[in-house]
Write a protein that binds this ligand. Structure first.
Ligand code: DGY
Length: 325
């Protein structure tokens, strides 16, 4: 009997590709860049499962094109805004993701961004590399204090809570806003639930940890920046479109806020001519918050296991839409 056919849209840790190969015929897209839409559709015709990335749009057109034998969509990421979940659910297709294993790693990276922006790390490093460091100067590269400041976390999910735990170590006051008040977490950590506006007006650091949805698209725009402290710093390790990029540029340029640390941008990748890249007070890294050896290995493992379970009819290890069962 022939093996099921699967498409893996980018290289992951090779051990996990081998694991998938033990049960399926694997079509592995090895290029550095994602397959074009045309190629993705062409390659997915007749597949039993796909291991995809946040750069692959998995919508009804994709599912129609793949065919009714498609048994599983396994995403190597915790976020899944590139996948039409209700469409997959309607068709009884389980969707897997990779939560938990990246929570602490992403929280660490959020802190790296926060600290880089607050203490002007990347800006001053560029200064050194340019050969501009001539002397120690009492007024050079003055940043913002982190210890004892107030952090406002928008989105108190797994990653938001890990970010809060780290803030505790810095002796910070922790505010948070989420559509669901998390009294269970408030019992574990001294943090205060406030409304969205108060997070903006009272925080020295505003850190975003929401999903991207219709409700959170451009959640932070011109009027939100105007409410923030002029000394405040915005950190976005969630999804680029949660922030209105043009408004962010204006706020950083006009001094409505003091700095920003971005793991994500809108669009991704950011164009090399994007005006945000001209601003010294904006730290930008290429969506690397979960990128450690250990975490990406674990993400490879879970996404491969979800793919295997899906094509062999077993429940997924981590399933976004368990109602399909
Ligand atoms: C995710 O998992 O959703 C991140 O954006 C990439 O790790």
């Amino acid at each position: 009997m022939s093996k099921p056919r699967v498409l893996i849209t980018r290289k992951i840790f090779p051990e996990w590709i081998d694991e998938v190969k033990s049960v399926a015929d694997v079509d592995l897209w090895e290029d550095e860049l994602p397959p074009s839409r045309e190629i993705l559709l062409e390659k997915s015709k007749g597949i039993d499962g796909i291991l995809c990335l946040l750069t692959d749009k998995i919508d009804s057109e994709f599912m129609d094109n793949a065919g009714s034998q498609l048994k599983v969509i396994s995403q190597i990421a915790v976020g899944f805004d590139n996948i039409d979940i209700s469409e997959a659910t309607n068709r009884g297709i389980p969707v897997g993701n990779t939560p938990d294993v990246l929570t602490a790693t992403t929280a660490d990276a959020t802190w790296a961004l926060l600290m880089s922006a607050a203490r002007r790390i990347t800006e001053s490093e560029r200064f050194v590399r340019r050969g501009d460091w001539k002397t120690w100067h009492p007024l050079h590269f003055l940043g913002q204090d982190i210890h004892s400041a107030t952090i406002g976390i928008i989105g108190m999910g797994r990653i938001g809570f890990e970010v809060a735990k780290r803030a505790n170590g810095f002796g910070m006051k922790i505010l948070y806003y989420d559509t669901n008040r998390r009294k269970d977490l408030e019992e574990k950590l001294d943090m205060e639930y406030v409304d969205f506006n108060t997070v903006l007006t009272d925080s020295d650091y505003v850190s975003l940890h929401t999903v991207l949805s219709e409700e959170t698209y451009h959640l932070i725009g011109e009027s939100e920046f105007k409410k923030m402290k002029k000394t405040s710093i915005l950190v976005n390790a969630a999804r680029g479109p949660v922030v209105d990029s043009q408004a962010l540029y204006n706020a950083l340029k006009n001094g409505d806020i003091w700095g920003a640390g971005l793991d994500v941008t809108d669009p991704e990748p950011i164009s090399k001519d994007d005006p945000l890249l001209k601003l010294e007070n904006c730290v930008i890294v290429p969506h690397i918050a979960s990128a450690t050896v250990k975490t990406r290995f674990e993400m490879s493992k879970i996404s491969a296991q979800n793919l295997i379970n899906g094509i062999t009819g077993e429940p997924l290890v981590t399933c976004v839409n368990p109602e399909v069962y």
